[in-house]
Ligand binder design. Sequence first.
Ligand code: NAD
Length: 347
Amino acid sequence: MTPPSRLALVPFVSVQNMMGLVRHIGLAQVLRDLAAAIEADFLRWEEFDKTPRVASHSDVGVIELMPTADKAHYGFKYVNGHPKNMKEGLQTVTAFGLLADVATGYPILLTEMTMLTALRTAAMSALAASHLAPKGARTMAVIGNGAQSEFQCLAFQAVCGIDTVRLYDIDPTATAKCAANLAGTGLRVVSCTSPEQAIEGAQIVTTVTADKRNQTILTDNMVGAGVHINAVGGDCPGKTELHRDILMRSEIFVEYPPQTRVEGEIQQLDPDHPVTELWRVMAGTAPGRTDAAQVTLFDSVGFAIEDFSVLRYVHARIKGTRFYDDLDMLADPDDPRDLYGMLQRAG
Ligand code: NAD
């Protein structure tokens, strides 16, 4: 049998290799690089094919496909969200993704994206806060101390200069895990026993809990003037974290309105409630925070362009490294029309 040509081999980044790549570059640098990559793509927002992600809901969770493309590349991510998984020893969120060449339709990268989703979600949150949080913010409350939480803390440290995190989770073992993981990172870590204690003195509040229902992690009286809220955990129909009254007095910023109106905190609002697309703030065509007393809210749900940006980043960064394997996943007959002959010869 003739071996497949180079073009037919697709680089595959396993979880092991993703961790190797991140440690090789350095986590803080990766988070800064991803924020920069996402911002560069948000600045060319109109060049992308955009569609809300395709979601398949069940009683216990959701499985989603997130595609987008520009003129050169096509990308998609497969991702799930199953809050009950954690109690069974499984991840709430797992993912993998693919990048393809638009010119040939050939895949050029297949990669794990569980680790990469945590990195990109954190980088996106920090990027949004760099445009919206009050100037000089140094303290962030993090409510929900599960798989995403350390990445959020470290992205805000690397991108926004946060030096103190105040942690709270209904499960104290989650807070203890997060605090232990953040030891030695340079962050001052304060473990709290209530959400009220966690938000004391915090200029930024991140909510990153998982529960498949409308929760009230924050009520209106808990949110002081000038705070920036980074609401990450509410990302599905019927799965929100904030009381509606908070939304009514916040300036709300979103990724892609047709998706966020269905999945985000704003599913609680009228469909024409005004929101600002973040890319417009980055491009300077819409205002971000306009005064120090304003409550700003990034209603994060995760959009396909963010995954596209990080897929391209990984594709570029694995070149010349040992952090991938070649996968023989495309048939490659010598004569493109003789696929059947290839099968016969294999016998
Ligand atoms: P996880 O299951 O590992 O952790 C969730 C944590 O939330 C758990 O420790 C749990 O005890 C805690 N929690 C639940 N209810 C709480 C409450 N009322 N108060 C305080 N803590 C509470 O989940 P994860 O992987 O860290 O993901 C967290 C959330 O972020 C999920 O809902 C997930 O769907 C969402 N998410 C969003 C994006 C995005 O782009 N917006 C990306 C990835 C994940």
